[in-house]
Design a protein around this ligand. Structure first.
Ligand SMILES: C[S@@+](CC[C@H](N)C(=O)[O-])C[C@H]1O[C@@H](n2cnc3c(N)ncnc32)[C@H](O)[C@@H]1O
Length: 57
């Protein structure tokens, strides 16, 4: 339910700005279009991007 990953992106930037170790993140999104947008904007290590339905994941 992560959409285009904008919240994950902000969290990664926040951790970077405040010198906090970024936790590993799994981003789950149903829409393939939104998932592709997330893949394009989030290339950080430790981010796993899954295209799927939260009800069946
Ligand atoms: C309102 S958007 C919120 C996106 C993001 N969390 C944000 O705050 O910007 C809700 C997202 O949930 C996704 N979604 C809806 N039902 C879902 C489901 N069953 N499994 C995974 N994602 C789902 C939609 O495709 C949509 O991208």
């Amino acid at each position: 339910m992560a959409g285009d990953g904008n919240l994950s992106h902000r969290m990664i930037n926040y951790c970077s700005r405040h010198q906090i170790n970024t936790p590993s993140i799994t981003l789950l999104e149903y829409s393939s279009v939104q998932t592709q947008l997330a893949q394009a904007s989030l290339d950080a290590e430790g981010v796993s991007i899954v295209n799927g339905d939260v009800l069946y994941y």
